[in-house]
Design a protein. Structure first.
Length: 617
């Protein structure tokens, strides 16, 4: 029974008839992501102990009537609407609901107009939805990011590394403000610097390394996970990237640089060399060093290069020699390359390091660079799916991508060629993470996966982890180590911005030098042939001051589009847009009116696509 004061207030109309408790607060910052026949909604979590969830309302006009597209209470602050038609504008509002089924007032109204997207708009959508993972699945109090988007998930320090770099893309693309991004970055770096660090079993890290998984709230070691060398390297890559990116005088940016330097210099890379020059996989306080060392080829190039470049605890050049000594060079489907079946091993290091036009001793002997090696691995992975030796459903020229992922029988490192654990499971990030290597086959694949499996594979953060058409199985989760390569490699393909910033760090350059990398003889990145013999040649002169020439060759007649973009992805010039005959062509660019800086030019000829870089003074 309510008190006398409660009865008086109730009769007076000063409290709702449902009781003395106030209705929940209204959700804030409702935003939409519109695609082809889909709309994704995000809003901020409502903090309330008695929160039951949220109801979503939709209307055909700003003034209503608003009705629930799905009559349900949603537990999480996200919603994906597939019951929409292209070309129609929809208006959305959200209300919080408490355990007594009382609704809040309306959130802000957000509009969305789904439509068929051209290639640029489609890449915008895929990249931004992948970026959203790192914004909404982070703990804003410490910057930790979930391994996967489930409420019980621990934080993956590799996901944090990808997420730090993703924040820079979000700033450059206007998805978040620079102030919001640097605040999140500083929070993250301060957490890692100040978190419990020592040999105890419940610390966050030890000797500069961090545990593979951390508790999302306390930041301490999750379970009995290992102190991980490769995951620490991926975290440090993100830290060094933001250290270079935030180069201003703002106090937060000054602090970010100091924290990044301190975190990197604290890592005792040489401590993990327990059996010779190679670096161990990790360490546990209960049992000591893990019994395995990193030998090539896989994702650990970034680990060795950061260890080689360390100003405080560097490993010697013999570590790189030992790393490359275990490579396997093979030919599959006409492509010769250093083999590692799962595609993530050909992608993770390339997220940050631009290997175009530089070679170590091993690659000098083979006559290619690691970028070309990853291109060949990508095309061989696709060729395997086209060949489809096991006859799995759905495989084909636009349905390929074997890498580590969930599957109907659990998480496995799948790959090909040669086949490794192939059970019919395909992974969108396997294609998306190869965007710079082979855009002419990656983009059609991503579009095919979206068009064919949209309602099962597309979720709140874009592509879910995996699918297995043979078994009729679709993943329910998004993973941070999936979404990171997608957003960052799309950006590298479009602007090279992640590479350009990261490669400026002196430790990165020192690591490459100590590993024996040197430029190719021309001083320019090689321009591999795209299907059909299309070839984009280096622009000259570069740097250019008044005029630059961009040459290209066509083996067959094609419709050609040659555009120049700044590092924010904005088109500054369209040099060619029309049919051209086979042969060599040149396009001139007047650079006199362009601000000094780095520009990216992109050639599209039929299904072929290639990019190059031009410096303007």
């Amino acid at each position: 029974m309510p008190s006398r004061l409660g009865l008086l207030l109730l009769v007076s109309g000063l409290i709702p008839a449902g009781g003395l408790h106030a209705q929940p607060s209204a959700p804030e910052n409702l935003v939409t992501r519109a695609g082809d026949r889909s709309v994704i909604l995000h809003w901020d979590t409502v903090a309330a102990a008695d929160l039951k969830g949220y109801r979503v309302y939709r209307a055909p006009a700003p003034g209503g009537p608003f009705e629930q597209p799905v009559p349900a209470v949603f537990l999480h602050p996200h919603f994906v609407d597939f019951d929409v038609e292209n070309g129609t504008t929809y208006y959305y509002r959200v209300r919080a609901v408490d355990t007594a089924d009382r609704e809040s007032t309306d959130s802000n109204t957000a509009a969305a107009r789904p439509d068929v997207l051209d290639d640029d708009a489609f890449l915008d959508l895929v990249a931004q939805t992948a970026f959203d993972y790192f914004w909404y699945e982070a703990n804003p109090e410490n910057g930790l990011i979930r391994d996967r988007n489930t409420s019980t998930s621990a934080s993956s320090i590799a996901a944090v590394g990808f997420g730090l770099s993703a924040l820079t893309v979000g700033i450059d693309r206007g998805w978040i403000s620079r102030e919001a991004g640097r605040t999140r970055v500083r929070t993250t770096l301060e957490f890692f610097w100040n978190s419990p660090h020592g040999p105890g079993p419940d610390a966050t890290g030890y000797r500069g390394f961090y545990y593979h998984f951390l508790d999302m709230e306390t930041g301490r070691r999750a379970g009995t996970t290992e102190l991980s060398t490769i995951d620490t390297a991926l975290l440090m890559a993100g830290i060094l990237h933001v250290r270079q990116y935030f180069d201003g005088d703002d106090p937060d940016e000054v602090a970010i640089r100091a924290l990044a330097d301190s975190l990197y210099e604290r890592v005792e890379w040489d401590w993990m060399q327990v059996r010779g020059p190679r670096i161990a996989h990790g360490w546990k306080p209960e049992t000591g060093f893990l019994p395995w060392d990193w030998g090539g080829y896989n994702e650990a190039m970034i680990l060795y290069l950061l260890a080689l470049g360390s100003p405080t605890h560097a490993v010697g050049p013999e570590a790189w020699t030992a790393w490359t000594s275990t490579y396997t060079w093979a030919t599959h489907y006409g492509y010769s390359f250093v083999v590692f079946p799962p595609l993530f091993g050909h992608q993770y290091s390339h997220v940050w390091i631009d290997f175009r036009g530089i070679r170590d001793a091993y690659m000098r002997a083979k006559g290619i660079d690691y970028f070309e090696n990853s291109r060949r691995a990508t095309l061989a992975n696709r060729a395997y799916a086209i060949d489809n030796p096991n006859g799995f459903a759905g495989y084909g020229e636009h349905a390929w991508g074997l890498t580590a992922s969930d599957g109907p029988d659990g998480y496995r490192a799948r790959g090909a060629p040669p086949a490794q654990n192939d059970d019919g499971t395909l992974t969108p990030t396997a294609a998306g993470g190869s965007m710079p290597f082979a855009p002419e086959v990656v983009l059609p694949t991503l579009r095919h996966l979206y068009d064919t499996y949209r309602t099962r594979l597309w979720g709140r953060y874009g592509f879910r982890d995996a699918l297995n058409p043979t078994r009729g199985w679709f993943a329910t989760d998004h993973l941070g180590i999936d979404q990171g390569p997608i957003v960052l490699m799309i950006e590298n393909h479009r602007t090279g911005r992640v590479w350009d910033v990261f490669m400026q760090h002196e430790a990165v350059q020192r690591g490459l030098e100590r590993a024996g990398f040197t430029p190719v003889s021309t001083g320019q990145a090689p321009s591999p042939e795209a299907p059909g013999g299309t070839r984009l040649l280096p622009a000259y002169p570069s740097p250019a001051t008044t005029r630059a020439v961009i040459p290209f060759t066509l083996a067959v007649p094609a419709h050609v589009r040659l555009r120049v973009h700044d590092l924010l992805g904005r088109t500054v010039a369209t040099l060619v847009d029309g049919a051209r005959p086979a042969g060599r062509h040149e396009a001139a660019l007047d650079v006199a009116g362009l601000p000094a800086g780095v520009y990216v030019y992109t050639l599209t000829a039929g299904t072929a696509r290639a990019t190059g870089k031009l410096v303007v003074y």
